[in-house]
Design a protein around this ligand. Structure first.
Ligand code: 13P
Length: 256
């Protein structure tokens, strides 16, 4: 059974106090109303870098909640003022790192070639990458979305060995759905997730493809999560806005 994941990407939101409060509320709520132990479900919280260590410490006793960084730098170490390395992230206890979010691609000009370097550094430092892909609105309208996503996956990930690839989580986030309130329909999500799984199968074979966790992101919320997660190839979500409200995030976790 492949792993199901609900990951909350806080982006650049919350003060330290607000962040700690949010995590405590999520923890308490999951104690009162626990997740189904028979399902292989993981919860990931991805706060800004500066909160990673204290939040990770707060979660030390949670067996299924992990932290992720929202990014890492593309070089190992050295004179790169202001940047944060994969090794630093690993050293404060985070287990995952989001790589290639569309906001990084758009605002920081991150290319697939650069992201491939980040993927390598994440894996070399025992972090599980959550690799984001997804087309822009004009690419959806021009019907090139399958090609766009295939290229992102090919150029960012397919240099990896099968063993290394099996540590990667993929997040499909259509850019037109992010923060817009306009989520992909369950049919659109399933269609793309199935396509991605097939692309992985062609490269690495059926077993690895069947075990790859593919998350949906883009205006996923407490109302639509159940319908989205009900699809056979949608293994959970990468949640932005709704991950900032404890009740909503927990409701999404209970949507499998
Ligand atoms: P929203 O859920 O706010 O649309 O953001 C999705 C996202 O970008 C998660 O990484």
């Amino acid at each position: 059974m492949r792993t199901k994941i609900v990951a909350g990407n806080w982006k650049m939101n919350k003060t330290f106090e607000e962040g700690i409060q949010l995590v405590k509320e999520i923890q308490q709520s999951l104690q009162v109303n626990p997740i189904n132990a028979n399902e292989n479900i993981k919860v990931i919280i991805s706060p800004p870098f500066v909160f990673l260590k204290p939040i990770n410490d707060l979660l030390a006793n949670s067996s299924f909640i992990y932290t992720a960084a929202q990014n890492c730098y593309s070089e190992e170490k050295g004179a790169f003022t202001g940047e944060v390395s994969a090794q630093m992230i690993q050293s404060v206890g985070a287990k995952y790192v989001i790589i290639g979010h569309s906001e990084r691609r758009a605002y920081f000009n991150e290319t697939d070639a650069l992201l491939a370097k980040k993927i390598n550094l994440a894996l070399a430092n025992n972090l599980f990458p959550i690799y984001c892909c997804g087309e822009r609105l004009e690419e959806r309208n021009a019907n090139t979305y399958f090609d766009v996503v295939k290229k992102q996956i090919n150029d960012g990930l397919f240099h990896l060995s099968a063993e290394a690839f099996s540590k990667v989580v993929i997040a499909y986030e259509p850019v037109w759905a992010i923060g817009t309130g306009l989520n992909a329909t369950p049919q659109q999500a399933q269609e793309m997730h199935q396509f991605i799984r097939n692309v992985v199968k062609e490269k690495y074979g059926k077993q690895i493809a069947d075990n790859t966790t593919i998350l949906y992101g883009g205006s996923c919320n407490a109302k639509n999560a159940k319908e989205l997660f009900a699809n056979p190839d949608v293994d959970g979500g990468l949640i932005g806005g709704a991950s900032l409200i404890a009740n909503d995030f927990v409701q999404i976790i209970h949507s499998f």
